[in-house]
Write a protein that binds this ligand. Structure first.
Ligand SMILES: *[C@@H]1O[C@H](CO)[C@@H](O)[C@H](O)[C@H]1NC(C)=O
Ligand SMILES: *[C@@H]1O[C@H](CO)[C@@H](O)[C@H](O)[C@H]1NC(C)=O
Ligand SMILES: *[C@@H]1O[C@H](CO)[C@@H](O)[C@H](O)[C@H]1NC(C)=O
Length: 591
């Protein structure tokens, strides 16, 4: 079958040559995909810049060698490999095919491979690493990317995504192992090897047991359960979310028929990303209206993230932001934990985490309730690894989230998990319904109790690295003064500055930032005297300067109209004072 795949790739290249499509050819062949902490993510197609049989083999050979160097017992412990439902007929690439090639590479070196016999959600891979005590895990998925893309995501033995310097070590090992080993292509032999095992049944059973044990909080009276709609957006989520609801003894959600089965063409959506909001949810809203359901749950195609919408009294649908869901799930998990742990001292051992660009609502709840809140750098790899450290110290970690609709609702999986999050959301919605409370009403109650947290995030597009550097360097040498940051922004006074590019933090006695710094990316956070926080950062993967702003009001300040106006003014001031000087070189976010 590999010759069929190669001829598909060859005819793609011939076509491009015939059309003299120089730019497209450059995109395929100019430079090798960079292996980072998130692994690989690129289009499926020919060339070293794309995901195809050869680049999968090269990547896996490098990863395998790196694991051989890192673990003396790799041949006893082995690895797990999972895949989603992506396929790209023009190039012959698919997640399943890439997963079997990766398995062939490990097996040719005598390493046991637990290769799932069917598609799974991404969180099953980190779960399996921990459950079976393996050295590493690979998930072949491009999550919510467009249909032509695929990806290769890597987990370490601790069950969390890899962090530096593993990425650099793996990258180097890939460069040193580019020549395919003779057996790397031989998926047929590999699939017959006694080293190959299928963990599907066991992991399926154990995963639902684990979330039932660790994430499930309370029995909900069946007769008062509400109607919920679920969409898996043509991805893997459907059967797993149905099983999770069953494990929690909840009524199964109504599945959006057109989107419930995996389909790599994602035919009913423009982008398979529930973060895009309403367009992706149109069919869900139609089904909910038909069935009289008031809540919609949506996973992304690899079911590691979760979006929620609720029908309001006006009849309009409200799609909650990732930060608002963080507030709701964090509240619910603490509320349940508190009832199950009446011992007041136990709270001192309890932790919740969020990334530094996400809402600080957990900090406000933690402050009032007495548990610990920590922030990490952006990305679940940081929260997964920090959670592992805390668990190893005997702490209890019950929740972590990031604003990009990623939720870890218990420590069964040390990564975001849209399957357990969906079931926990179902539990919370049903519980609130028994008290005739909607999610919107509960969110208001949370804000009334712990303080309103209103956020506004956006970005500018900028392809010019020099412009980006000059924008951030101007902030570091403000008003022409070297190493001096702004002390105000329009009418807003700045009380603290943290620069994670240089490692400076004005609020630490030694002026050194606590979180890790990275010279290769830009990230500055300003804290304002009025309770505002604003972070400006570059994206590692896209030509964007992102900004994240939040106004954290004190409990008791319920003048939402005023707070919203204050945040709008703050954002305007930031754009005017910090972006404006280079604004003619930036493009605004498309509407
Ligand atoms: C469940 O709810 C129904 C209707 O609200 C009520 O009649 C019934 O007693 C409840 N059952 C239990 C076990 O609480
Ligand atoms: C439930 O709440 C809605 C709106 O908040 C209210 O109109 C309705 O009367 C309530 N129903 C019950 C049974 O309390
Ligand atoms: C600075 O640190 C102090 C003491 O740790 C803390 O109370 C204060 O909230 C911090 N201020 C800011 C702006 O982060």
């Amino acid at each position: 079958s590999w010759s069929k795949h190669l001829s598909a790739l060859a005819s793609m290249v011939q076509e491009l040559v015939k059309e003299k499509a120089v730019e497209a050819l450059k995109k395929c062949f100019a430079s090798r995909m960079e292996f980072g902490t998130a692994g690989l993510r690129a289009a499926m197609g020919p060339g070293i810049s794309c995901m195809n049989d050869l680049t999968i083999i090269q990547t896996t050979q490098g990863f395998c060698c790196y694991l051989e160097q890192s673990f003396g017992n790799l041949k006893e412990r082995g690895v797990v490999i999972g895949y989603d439902a992506r396929a790209h007929p023009p190039s012959g690439g698919s997640s399943k095919r890439f997963a079997s090639l990766a398995a062939a590479v490990f097996i040719s070196r005598g390493v046991p491979v637990h290769l799932f016999s069917d598609i799974t959600p991404t969180p099953f891979v980190p779960f399996t690493v921990s459950h079976l005590g393996l050295c590493a895990g690979i998930m072949v998925t491009a999550s919510h990317n467009p249909k032509q893309d695929n990806g290769y995501k890597v987990y370490w033995e601790n069950g969390a995504q890899i962090v530096s310097p593993h990425d650099k070590g793996i990258s180097k090992a890939i460069e040193e192992n580019l020549e395919p080993w003779p057996e790397s292509w031989n998926t047929e032999e590999a699939l017959k090897s006694p080293l190959l095992k299928d963990p599907y049944q066991d992991v399926h059973t154990q995963y639902f047991k684990a979330i039932q044990k660790h994430c499930h909080h309370r029995e909900i009276n069946k007769s008062s359960q509400v109607k919920i709609v679920h969409t898996s957006v043509h991805g893997v989520g459907h059967t797993f979310v149905q099983s999770a609801f069953k494990a929690f003894d909840l009524h199964p959600p109504y599945a959006v028929e057109e989107q419930k089965d995996p389909d790599p063409e994602f035919p009913t959506v423009k982008y398979p990303n529930p973060e895009e909001g309403e367009g992706v949810l149109t069919l869900s809203f139609a089904l909910a209206d038909k069935e009289g359901a008031s809540v919609v749950l949506a996973n992304d195609p690899d079911a590691d993230r979760l979006a929620i919408a609720e029908k309001q009294e006006s009849g309009q649908w409200r799609v909650f932001s990732g930060n608002e869901l963080g507030a709701l799930l964090g509240w619910w998990i603490f509320h349940c934990w508190r009832q199950q742990n009446p011992d007041t001292a136990a709270v001192k051992n309890l932790y919740m985490l969020s990334s530094t660009v996400s809402s600080k609502i957990l900090r406000a709840i933690a402050l009032k309730e007495g548990f610990h809140f920590e922030e990490t750098l952006t990305g679940f790899k940081w929260m997964g690894n920090r959670a592992r450290d805390l668990l190893d110290q005997g702490k209890t970690v019950v929740f972590a989230f990031e604003e990009a609709i990623g939720y870890m609702c218990c420590s069964a999986v040390l990564d975001k998990d849209g399957v357990s999050a969906a079931a926990i959301a179902g539990e919370m919605v049903s519980y609130l319904a028994t008290k005739n409370i909607s999610l919107s009403q509960q969110l208001t109650t949370i804000y009334e109790e712990y303080g309103y947290h209103i956020s506004k995030n956006s970005y500018f597009i900028c392809h010019d690295q020099d412009v980006i550097r000059s924008l951030f360097d101007r902030l570091r040498n403000y008003g022409g003064q070297k190493d001096s940051y702004p002390t105000e922004c329009g009418r807003f006074s700045i009380s603290a500055v943290r620069d994670l590019t240089t490692g400076y933090d004005s609020n630490q006695t030694d002026k050194k930032a606590v979180l890790p710094t990275s010279r290769s990316s830009q990230m500055i956070t300003f804290t304002f005297s009025n309770g505002g926080v604003a972070t400006m950062r570059t994206s590692g993967t896209e030509p964007k300067i992102k900004y994240y702003t939040e106004l954290c009001a004190a409990p008791g300040n319920s003048d939402v109209t005023h707070l919203k106006k204050e945040l709008d003014d703050l954002v305007d001031a930031i754009v005017e004072n910090f972006f404006e000087p280079v604004k003619n070189k930036l493009q605004p976010k498309p509407e």
